[in-house]
Design a protein around this ligand. Sequence first.
Ligand SMILES: [Zn+2]
Ligand SMILES: [Zn+2]
Length: 392
Amino acid sequence: MKAVCWHGTEDVRVDTVPDPKILNPRDAIIKVTSTAICGSDLHLYDGYIPTMKSGDILGHEFMGEVVETGSAITNLQKGDRVVVPFTISCGSCFFCNRDLWSLCDNSNPNSWMAEKFYGHSPAGLYGYSHMLGGYAGGQAEYARIPFADVGPIKIPDGMSDEQVLFLTDIFPTGYMAAENCDIQPGEVVAVWGCGPVGQFAIRSAFMLGAERVIAIDRFSERLDLAKAAGAAVLNYEEVDVGSALKEMTGGMGPDCCIDAVGMEAHGHGAMALYDTVKQAVRLETGRPIVLREAIVACRKGGKVSVPGVYGGFIDKMPMGAFVNKGLTMKSGQTHVQRYLRPLLERIQRGEIDPSFVITHTLPLEDAPRAYKIFRDKEENCIKVVLKPFASV
Ligand SMILES: [Zn+2]
Ligand SMILES: [Zn+2]
């Protein structure tokens, strides 16, 4: 089959690789009808995630049609259309039982690697390094789905791939980011980063009762999408974000601050330069420019939510501001399985059509170009969907 493979920094190729096989009774194989490139794939593309190997198949946002099931699978049948959560979870461990799916204890066969970095291992993820399981991803014609009896959700007839594909990751991720803010009536939510996750965080914040959402980015096409959702916008290349947020909130600062940017933030001034240099020489794994700004901007007693990805260590955290302002911070890889059903129902009720973020639909063979235009925001690119079988 054809698959998008990682071969090093900025080197992504479409290779011919062996078809996936059923390895365990709880596996299923799907024929991928749509798959997307995620902002977090760019951290792999840019070479900032450790334990990648040449030839690894990328992709954790994908859906398709079941073509084969293991002997223990009774919930799925050949021909079912399913969306696959990017977190691989067993469904029966301590964490899965507590709805903390991205912390599953049984889905990372390389947990020892993650334990060295993090103390404990999170769940395995598709196409996201050997430290997180070494699973083949779904930017491919076919994919193996472990624990297929608990992960995938069947999609009702009449819904397009584009409407439901982002249940795999970015819609639940944006939603959980807003939910982690515990938004109270009348509250103001500031969202740094208006990429796909930021867009879903903005819309989810409104769904969860935010009175105002302030969106921060530097690309006009992303700010326009945020405006279309009803957010006020700030271009950080034109204004000082900290002062603008203070002014817009009567000096208080936003009640909730969402870092939807993560480890490859851009910024200005001495701290941004410091991070760029330290990350380039691998003395720091992330450039936490946004996270620092969010902590300093947040109102006293406010809430900081971090859906943006951080992989390792970051410097110069304003811990003094965090402690002395009594802030709360929540983060985590998304517990996707928890959100599949309720968010599918929101789509069915017409409360949101997640396809609004798609700017490019390309055949799988165009993946190398797709990664580049997505990373460099060329052609006003916000989100790319790849079609392994162009006629499907
Ligand atoms: Zn993703
Ligand atoms: Zn589990």
